[in-house]
Design a protein around this ligand. Structure first.
Ligand code: P6P
Length: 342
């Protein structure tokens, strides 16, 4: 009897993958591996609570506004608590910056070598209508000496200093996609086993695509260059796909090819999305997958952070589409420069 035919292998768990990848770093001491496991644990707990949110009273608004002035959903607060608790208990992280907290969060792990920037639950206003939402995280090595709390210097590093970054999409299935700088791998959660399994090894994003994702409801706020680029997409016959949940829009475009844009608008001159715990993580992933990310001009991961919650315009996805959008946006910078020189 050919046993191999009887029971197909279930595949590589996230845990085993992390351990195998650690072997690629001979001097790795296992702390980053442990940190990734801590994040995965919190993800499993948050996933369970999202799936139950319609059944127990954790859907809907919490009644507070976060540092962004956005109405916190109950699950925003719960997810934030879950990730902070997992990172605190895991011991590897000294300091956290979170979309849900105005100040840095000190975990008490003064020997921790890592800092995490996290959006615990992005797109949470979509929870009540069962649209996919996500978690986005970046991991940095601290620059200050261990033995003390982490500081602003540890937290405000450019995206090029990320040692790892990832996102989780809580959708028709729950997936974790992350990079440690050696490619991008995707894991699908099997709730009956409580494990993530490698389902999308070595993800690469198409060099071009025919999907553009932005909120055209803001088009009266767009610059002339942005308006011209959107017209270009229509003339090219691209499909408009906009879910209004960054992780869902990004994940679709990563796999199928496309561009996601949250541009500067008259109302939001730096755009809406946050550099430290949204844009940098996705920029690291898309570059590792062969794509590109900028603010329309400067590479996202080279933007110098001035504050933990600062915003930046985001042009991210297939390299050829981002570069074409940057060509249009360059006209805007040239026009602004010419006007300034008059
Ligand atoms: P708008 C959700 O609030 C979010 O941060 C992203 O997930 C999403 O892409 C964007 O904002 C949607 O913003 O202004 O188009 O509703």
């Amino acid at each position: 009897m050919d046993h191999n035919k009887l029971a197909l292998p279930v595949g590589t768990t996230l845990d085993r993958f992390i351990m195998r990848k650690q072997e690629d770093f001979p001097y790795a001491t296992g702390e980053l591996s442990q940190l990734l496991r801590d994040i995965a644990l919190a993800t499993k707990i948050v996933n369970r609570e999202i799936n139950r949110s319609g059944l127990i009273d954790i859907a809907g608004a919490y009644g507070n506004r976060n540092v962004q002035g956005e109405e916190q959903q109950k699950l925003d607060v719960i997810a934030n608590i879950r990730f902070i608790r997992a990172l605190r208990n895991g011991g590897e992280v000294c300091t956290i910056i979170s979309e849900e907290d105005e100040e840095m969060i000190q975990t008490g792990n003064v020997q921790g070598k890592y800092v995490v920037a996290i959006d615990p639950l992005d797109g949470s206003s979509n929870i009540d209508v069962n649209v996919s939402i996500g978690t986005i995280f970046s991991i940095y090595r601290r620059v200050s000496p261990t033995g003390n709390e982490g500081n602003e210097q540890d937290c405000l590093q450019t995206g090029t200093h990320q040692v790892a970054a990832g996102y989780v999409i809580y959708g028709s299935s729950t997936m974790m996609v992350y990079t440690t700088g050696n490619g991008v791998n995707g894991f699908t959660y099997e709730p009956s086993l409580g494990e993530f399994f490698l389902s999308h090894p070595q993800i690469t994003t198409p060099k071009t695509g025919a999907i553009y994702s932005l909120n055209e409801g803001n088009s009266n706020e767009f610059s002339e260059a942005m308006t011209a680029y959107v017209d270009h997409c229509k003339q090219q016959g691209y499909s408009a796909r906009y879910i209004g949940s960054l992780v869902a829009d990004f994940h679709r475009n990563l796999l199928k090819g496309g561009i996601y844009i949250y541009p500067a608008t008259k109302k939001a001159p730096n755009g809406k999305l946050r550099l430290m715990y949204e844009c940098n993580a996705l920029a690291f992933i898309v570059e590792q997958a062969g794509g590109k990310s900028s603010d329309g001009r400067t590479r996202t991961m080279e933007l110098e952070p001035k504050g933990m919650h600062e915003r930046c315009p985001l042009f991210i996805g297939s390299t050829e589409l981002v570069e074409k959008a940057e060509e249009f946006m360059a006209r805007e910078y040239e026009a602004a420069t010419a006007a300034a020189l008059k």
